[in-house]
Design a protein around this ligand. Structure first.
Ligand code: ZN
Length: 179
């Protein structure tokens, strides 16, 4: 893997940015030491080059799409019950980036950032699937219609049964059943 961090070829013309990163970031001198600046460049180059591999992957993933993406990128798969369970808070709120720890590269490794980004897209998929499931279920499931046989001999819905002088009746026979 080629990293393009390092001295800015244009440094002669822009002295304040002696280092450049592949993603076009320019790194100034507030690092205090060249080692710190180079490590900063390196960690971002690594982060960006690993995260770039996620380009083109939809941001709402079905389980099948998620597993395929993990396999293709050799990312450790997480279970749906984990993504939408104990890891849900971290996936939603974690800031998965590298950072300098003194002069050295610290923070989250790019592979972990990649794993969590994919998990966040699977989480969006899970939420979308749950929404669809709720929509598919009627809010008030229809009650089965209760039927009743009337004295007139017809069987009709209980709510339609009428009371005539000769007994219970369906609406059609009401006149005949009324004496
Ligand atoms: Zn009848």
């Amino acid at each position: 893997m080629e990293h393009k961090y390092g001295p800015n070829p244009e440094a002669g013309r822009s002295e304040e940015y002696p280092f450049v990163l592949i993603a076009g970031y320019r790194v100034g001198t507030p690092f205090g030491s060249e080692r710190k600046a180079i490590n900063y460049c390196q960690m971002w180059n690594e982060h960006v080059s690993v995260m770039e591999k996620l380009e083109g992957i939809p941001h709402t993933l079905s389980r099948t799409e998620y597993e395929a993406a993990c396999r293709r990128l050799a990312v450790e798969e997480m279970e749906d019950s984990d993504i939408n369970g104990r890891s849900r808070y971290a996936i939603n709120n974690g800031e998965f980036y590298p950072r300098l720890d003194g002069e050295e590269i610290g923070g989250y490794r790019p592979e972990h950032c990649q794993k969590m980004r994919l998990a966040s897209w699977r989480l969006l998929g899970i939420v979308a699937e749950q929404k669809m499931e709720r929509k598919a279920q009627p809010v008030h499931p229809p009650k089965p219609v209760e039927l009743m046989e009337c004295s007139c001999g017809h069987t009709v819905a209980k709510a339609l049964v009428m009371s005539a002088s000769l007994g219970t009746s369906c609406p059609d026979c009401y006149d005949e059943m009324s004496d």
